[in-house]
Write a protein that binds this ligand. Structure first.
Ligand code: URA
Length: 434
C-alpha cells in the first residue's frame, strides 16, 4: 500500500502562482517530498518560477529555510568552550578575504569554522585557492575539524554533503531554470547551510556592483536584511556588511596569486582594500562573538595572525613555506596612454581570469592554480604610457585571446580630474540589530 501524501504539489503550485501564501506544513512537506523524489523536478521548477515571480512572505522564507535545514545534519560546536563565529561572502572577483580573516579572528580566542566551497563561473572558491599550497587537504572528518578548532581555533575545509542536502538538489535545479536570482531562494539556500554548520555568530559580506551576484545595492540590501532576520530567528547572532564589488578586490585574481596576496596581508602589508575589509569583517565577527576592545589590525603587523595561518595550514598537511605554482606563460598589457586609471570593471576581469583556467565551467573540471590576472594599478592611480597595467598568466598561451576579449573595454585611462568610476566606498553599510 502506498503512503498517503499530506498535500498535492499542484495545489501548492496554484497557491504560489496566484500570489497566495504557503503554510509551514505545506512547505515542510514540499521540501521533504522533493528531497525523497516524490515531487519531481518539473513540479519544483514550476514552484521556483512562481516564487521568483511572486516572492515569499517572511514567514514563508523562514519555513523554507528551516525545512531545508531539517533535510540534513546539523553540526554543534557547543562542546568547544569558546565562541564560534563565521563569515559568508556572496562572492566576488578577487575575494580572498577568508584566507587572512580566519587566522586573524582565531588569534583573539574565537573559533572560526569556515566550511567552504569550490568556485563555479567567474567567482573563485576558497578551497581552490588553498589547494595551490602543496599538500594542503580540504576534506576533514568532523572529528578532525573539531580537534583543529579546539587546538588552533580555526579551520577552512570542505562543507560535507550532509548539510542541507535539499539545497544541493534545489540549487542545481534553479541553475538550469533561470531561478537563481530570487531573494527568498538565495536567502534560504545560504542560511540553511550556515545555520546547519552550527556557528553561534555569523557575519555576511553581501556584495553589490558589476562583479556581484546581485548588481544593485537595493536588492543586495534586501537580501542582507532577509538573511540577518533568518539568522536571528534561528538564534545565530547575525549581521551583514554591504560591500562594493564594482572593482576587483586587491590586485590578484586567480588561485595561487590570491594566496600570495593573502600572505602579504598576514605579513602586515598587502593592498589597502583587502586589509580594510579583512579588519572590518574581523571586528564584526569578534564583536558578535562578544570579544570587544581588541586591536585587530595589530595582529596583522606583529606576526600573530601569520603564526596562526602557518599553524592552520600545517595542521591540514600544507607546507606554508612551499613555493606556489607559477604559470608557464604570461602576457602583459601596457597602458596605451598616460593619465589616471578611471575605470576597472570587476566582472570582465573575473571572466578573464576564469577563461585563463583559474575557474571551472563544469563542476567536475580541475582548475589551473597558477592561472589568473595580476593587476598593477587600481582606479585612481596615475599611469604612464607603456607601463604594465595587468599581467595574464596561463599554462596554455592559446587561452590569452579569449581572456583579452573578456577584458576588452573593461578599463579606461582618463585625464587627471576626471571622476573615478569605482562605485564609491568599499564598505557601504552595516545591517544588524546589535
Ligand atoms: N549561494 C548559495 O549558496 N545559494 C544561492 O542561492 C546563491 C548563492
Amino acid at each position: 500500500m502506498t503512503a498517503i501524501e499530506a498535500f498535492d504539489a499542484v495545489d501548492l503550485i496554484h497557491t504560489k502562482r496566484d500570489r497566495g501564501e504557503l503554510s509551514e506544513p505545506q512547505i515542510n512537506w514540499l521540501i521533504d517530498a522533493y528531497t525523497r523524489g516524490y515531487v519531481g523536478d518539473e513540479q519544483m521548477a514550476a514552484m521556483t518560477m512562481a516564487i521568483f515571480l511572486n516572492g515569499m512572505t517572511r514567514a514563508e522564507i523562514r519555513s523554507l529555510t528551516m525545512a531545508m535545514l531539517a533535510s540534513g545534519e546539523r553540526m554543534s560546536f557547543a562542546g568547544l568552550g569558546k565562541p564560534t563565529t563565521d563569515k559568508h561572502s556572496t562572492g566576488g572577483v578577487g575575494d580572498k578575504i577568508t584566507l587572512p580573516l580566519m587566522p586573524l579572528v582565531a588569534v583573539f580566542g574565537a573559533a572560526v569554522p569556515q566550511l567552504s566551497g569550490r568556485g563555479l563561473g567567474h567567482t573563485g572558491g576558497t578551497l581552490d585557492k588553498l589547494e595551490s599550497i602543496s599538500g594542503w587537504r580540504a576534506n576533514l572528518t568532523n572529528a578532525e575539524m573539531l580537534q583543529q578548532l579546539q587546538e588552533l581555533g580555526g579551520v577552512i575545509c570542505a562543507a560535507g554533503s550532509g548539510l542541507a542536502p535539499a539545497d544541493g538538489k534545489l540549487y542545481a535545479l534553479r541553475d538550469i531554470t533561470g531561478t537563481v536570482e530570487a531573494i527568498p531562494l538565495i536567502a534560504s539556500s545560504i542560511m540553511s547551510k550556515k545555520i546547519a554548520e552550527g556557528t553561534s555568530a555569523l557575519v555576511l559580506d553581501v556584495k553589490f556592483g558589476s562583479g556581484a551576484f546581485l548588481k544593485d545595492i537595493e536588492r543586495s540590501r534586501e537580501l542582507a536584511r532577509t538573511m540577518v532576520e533568518l539568522g536571528e530567528d534561528a538564534g545565530v547572532a547575525t549581521s551583514a556588511l554591504l560591500t562594493n564589488m564594482n572593482v576587483p578586490l586587491g590586485f590578484a585574481i586567480g588561485n595561487a596569486n590570491e594566496v600570495r596576496e593573502s600572505v602579504e596581508v598576514l605579513a602586515g602589508g598587502g593592498p589597502a582594500d583587502v586589509v580594510e575589509l579583512t579588519v572590518a569583517l574581523a571586528e564584526e565577527m569578534l564583536s558578535l562573538a562578544g570579544i570587544t576592545g581588541v586591536d585587530v589590525g595589530a595582529a596583522l603587523t606583529d606576526g600573530r595572525a601569520m603564526d596562526k595561518w602557518r599553524a592552520v595550514i600545517r595542521a591540514q598537511g600544507g607546507d606554508p613555506d612551499a613555493a606556489l605554482p607559477v604559470a608557464r606563460e604570461t602576457h602583459v598589457v601596457l597602458a596605451e596612454r598616460s593619465g589616471v586609471l578611471v575605470e576597472q570593471q570587476a566582472l570582465p576581469f573575473g571572466i578573464g581570469a576564469w577563461r585563463l583556467g583559474a575557474g571551472r565551467a563544469r563542476k567536475q573540471d580541475p582548475v589551473q592554480h597558477a592561472a589568473g590576472i595580476d593587476l598593477h594599478a587600481k582606479p585612481g592611480d596615475t599611469v604612464v604610457q607603456g607601463q604594465p597595467l595587468f599581467t595574464l598568466s596561463a599554462d596554455e598561451p592559446a587561452r590569452f585571446a579569449r581572456a583579452l576579449e573578456a577584458v576588452a573595454g573593461a578599463w579606461r585611462i582618463g585625464d587627471p580630474g576626471e571622476p573615478v568610476l569605482d562605485g564609491g566606498p568599499l564598505i557601504a553599510e552595516r545591517i544588524g540589530s546589535r
